[in-house]
Write a protein that binds this ligand. Structure first.
Ligand SMILES: C[S@@+](CC[C@H](N)C(=O)[O-])C[C@H]1O[C@@H](n2cnc3c(N)ncnc32)[C@H](O)[C@@H]1O
Length: 182
């Protein structure tokens, strides 16, 4: 077999394997995530959030479903915040663990965030899907301290009134980002 064909087979096979692992990880987590599968927020959109929400290095940012942990890493780099991320997609969690390995003050837990206490958060970030927003709203209402910021990418949180809505320029999708103050 020729070398170029071998390379094509190797690359194609690897991509196929990654896709299969990704699909499996989504299926495994579907009963808990109710469809909120692992899609990352773009760095431009995260930057827009970080420019709009004031944070200081003694504060705690929690990402409900942290994916690969990029929101926590970027906020940690910009403000020195302590980041806490909960994730139940094994693939996303492993990726986050690797990428955050050398970043101080980021704590990742393989867990269903509904079962975690978020009352110490100064800022809560989420990019979750509409089906779960009612349950998320109830959790925020029950646990979050007064004055805490809530950031919700793309989808509104029922029963909360946004302080600001961002439409970051230059991003592929011009979807809204809702900023709330508890
Ligand atoms: C759309 S992704 C967003 C990832 C990341 N926050 C970002 O903005 O780049 C939503 C993530 O939430 C996770 N997720 C959904 N429901 C969850 C739950 N109940 N507990 C923990 N993680 C959850 C999914 O596995 C997925 O990785």
């Amino acid at each position: 077999m020729s070398t170029p064909l071998l390379i094509i087979l190797f690359v194609g096979g690897s991509l196929f394997t990654v896709k299969i692992i990704y699909a499996l990880s989504v299926i495994v987590t579907l009963p808990f995530s109710q469809g909120a599968f692992f899609v990352s927020t773009s760095r431009k959109r995260i930057s827009a959030v970080l420019n709009a929400v004031p944070m200081t290095n003694n504060q705690i940012l929690i990402d409900l479903g942290c994916g690969d942990g990029r929101v926590l890493r970027m906020a940690n780099k910009q403000f020195g915040i302590t980041g806490i991320g909960y994730e139940l997609n094994p693939l996303a969690y492993i990726k986050a663990k690797i990428l955050c390995m050398f970043v101080k003050n980021i704590h990742l837990k393989y867990a269903n965030f509904y079962k975690e206490d978020i009352s110490n958060a100064d800022v809560v970030f989420c990019y979750l899907f509409p089906d779960v927003m009612k349950t998320v709203a109830a959790k925020l209402k029950a646990e979050l301290k007064e004055g805490a910021y809530i950031v919700s990418c793309n989808f509104k949180i029922p029963d909360f009134v946004p302080e600001t809505i961002l439409y970051p320029k230059g991003t592929l999708q011009n979807d809204p980002i809702y900023l709330y103050r508890n």
